[in-house]
Ligand binder design. Sequence first.
Ligand code: PLP
Length: 377
Amino acid sequence: MIYFDNSATTKPYKEVVELISRIMLEDFGNSSSLHNLGLRAERILEETRTNIAAAIKARSEEIIFTSGGTESINMAIRGSAEILKRSGSHILSTPVEHAACMESLKELERIGYDLEYLEVDEFGNIILEDLRNKLRKDTILVNIMAVNNELGTIEPVFDAARIIKSNNKKTIFHVDAVQGFGKIPINTRDLEADLISFSAHKIHGPKGVGMLYIRKGTRIHPMMMGGGHERKIRSGTVNVPCIAGFGLAVCTKIANMKKDQDNCKKIKDLIIKELIEALGSRMRINSPPDGVENILNISFKGIKSETLLHFLEMQEIYVSSGSACHSKKDTVSHVLKAVGIPRAWAEGAIRLSFGSFNTIDEAEIAAKAIIDIMEKI
Ligand code: PLP
């Protein structure tokens, strides 16, 4: 099997699975319980919080654990807009965000907030001058992703933060770092965002776990009411085993980030070279040349993405058509539309995404398989 769909989800590290399973079997107490088993679970939870906070240069009290990227994003966008509703209603975002951001923002628009989109270039990069021009005194929230999940575009979130804060310190800046974390250096000292969303399953951690970084002093309205867990911001019995697994995945991924991205670059370069040599003008690369190394979005002429995906699947090569989160909907991806890729090319787009376990031999096999399919059709 060749798994080139790591932006949809990753295979967990073996040590992560072992740690989760050990905690589930031995330290299964409720971290809110007052007895010894509860205290042991609480200790694991707080140690993990401290380690993750250190990894992103944050304070441990700025970390709230959630059920994943989608929940963190909903909490950040809707929770901060609710708090700021008396200060203004203007919100800025990009047209290339993941559905979790898009739908949260559209929901705010439906209830009366004034949502405006930033311009993007042919790769989905925002234009900083456009951000500068569109910021207003009553802009309460700006939402920009760190890395685009479909194209691999790295957005200039570090510069964007400085521009936003120099316009109005009170404007909240949320960064969706679900695809960026572990691929580009992200820490809360260099990135002056107020809110940052993360997910464990994109970095070889477990599914159903994520976190929201909330800068000290930033307030958000809680989405989940209940027993007051996670500083009363996210009630619900805490998933200690998977959070501990997330902590281990964070440390492992960050320690291996450079090595992994160098390996992904070799894989990506080889696939591009082989495909261009064999297919020439029958293909086009949609990803930017300076995007993350682990994402390659390419279009082919004369074949639909789904057809290519299924032919590859028959050889146990797993890729995605556009973005996996949308691939069951029969529409052209909103990201490819927003960057102006013509429909005929967009319909033949696939995304290959690489992770810590992929090899250069797999790249050779996958490139050859794509070329064979294209030659047969
Ligand atoms: N944001 C981006 C950029 C993503 O790629 C994804 C998932 O693909 C999400 C958010 C949602 O994260 P989760 O699957 O943890 O809910």
